[in-house]
Design a protein around this ligand. Sequence first.
Ligand code: PFF
Length: 450
Amino acid sequence: MPEQGREQWASRLGFILAAMGSAVGLGNVWRFSYVTGENGGAAFLLIYLACIILIGIPIVMAEFTIGRKAQSDAVGSFEKLAPGKPWKAAGLMGVAAAFMILSFYGVIAGWIVYYFINYLTGNLWTAPAEGYEGFFVDFITNPWHPLLWQFIFMALTIAIVYVGVKKGIERANKILMPLLGILLVVLSIYSLTLGGASEGLAFLFTPDWSALGDPSIYIAALGQAFFSLSLGMGALITYGGYLSQKEHLPGAAYSVAGLDTLFAIVAGVMIFPAVFAFGIEPDAGPGLVFMIMPDVFDSIGFGGGLFGLAFFFLLAAAALTSAVSLLEVAVAYFIRKFSWSRKKAAFIIGGIIFLIGIPSSLGNGILGNVTIIGDRGILDSMDYVASNIFLPLGGLIIAVFMGWGWKKADALRDSDFGDTVLGNLWLFLLRFLAPIAIFLIFLSSIGLFG
Ligand code: PFF
């Protein structure tokens, strides 16, 4: 039985759409493009796809299964299914990861909202005097502007979680997400006409095999897979916990992972040809999308600004449905654990996350000289620790919990796989391949193999 006062998805579609809304976000456009660009393109993409199929999808299935069975939040689900056992460490790490990820996610999403407003006012329809790149740099180095837009985005996220996830995001997921998909396809076709198509496509799809010798691309691909799928921190457990009726979980997992990956690849086809057409370095870093897309809209000529407007609006909406799922992980936990009301939890937790994000927000301006991990600034360091360490580690524990902590027959039944070839393959991946691969990638990232 669900706990008192818990929401339930109204329909089968409600759940799938919500999970897709969580998965599809800045990770597919902003993060996918810059991380792919930094890691050399096609070879990275290949490892990324392998991570999605062999590690990601099985763990998505594990999170769905755990969530639906337990009908609780990221931590409570483990407490319910394995009382007194240490598995709930995965849930607690997940809540911590939610704080970390949303703290910087709100910053980047704030940049998106700022661009949206600048397309709304017409300010970016033609290149400003300092150029699009100069405009971007001026903005992110401003002492307080990024903070304002981060605040606005976080306020929107809090407002939605405040009224309840289901009510808050249904429309966005049903209408705006498909529109974003269509827009990305249209823009990627256009981008192929800009003169950088052959270089861009080769960068994305023709692997430079020597790149596979660099251990850092594995951890980057693994982290990107987890980040993009909203995986490893109990977001999908939390959403699965609002699932009441029978749902064919494997079908849902394939749809969510398939759609998420499709969005990323289409975004790649949109961005990389343009990157080469406009002579920007693919490894320009987290600003890549912000520097390249305005050039693309500008090149459309009359009416191009409308595409910019639609692009940043729809991307902001996609970011919002992802941010809601991040906040919901923490909020659902605090509601149950401390018997807070939803309103109180949304407000307090959202507020704290905004505060935690302030250093990331100022990390290009007045805190611009601060580096934490290697030469990474504050925002990148937060992202690195949360996405490349916390999420895969959480995923590893979830895989082992499902693979080894459950009776095989129970796992096969509760996942809706039944005793099928796919079901057994799933358990094999959870028991052996996923944990071992994650472990090896961790070892390689700290330089153990070279
Ligand atoms: N998957 C989201 C994106 O690609 O933008 C980000 C995210 C949402 C990560 C929720 C983790 C999470 F729990």
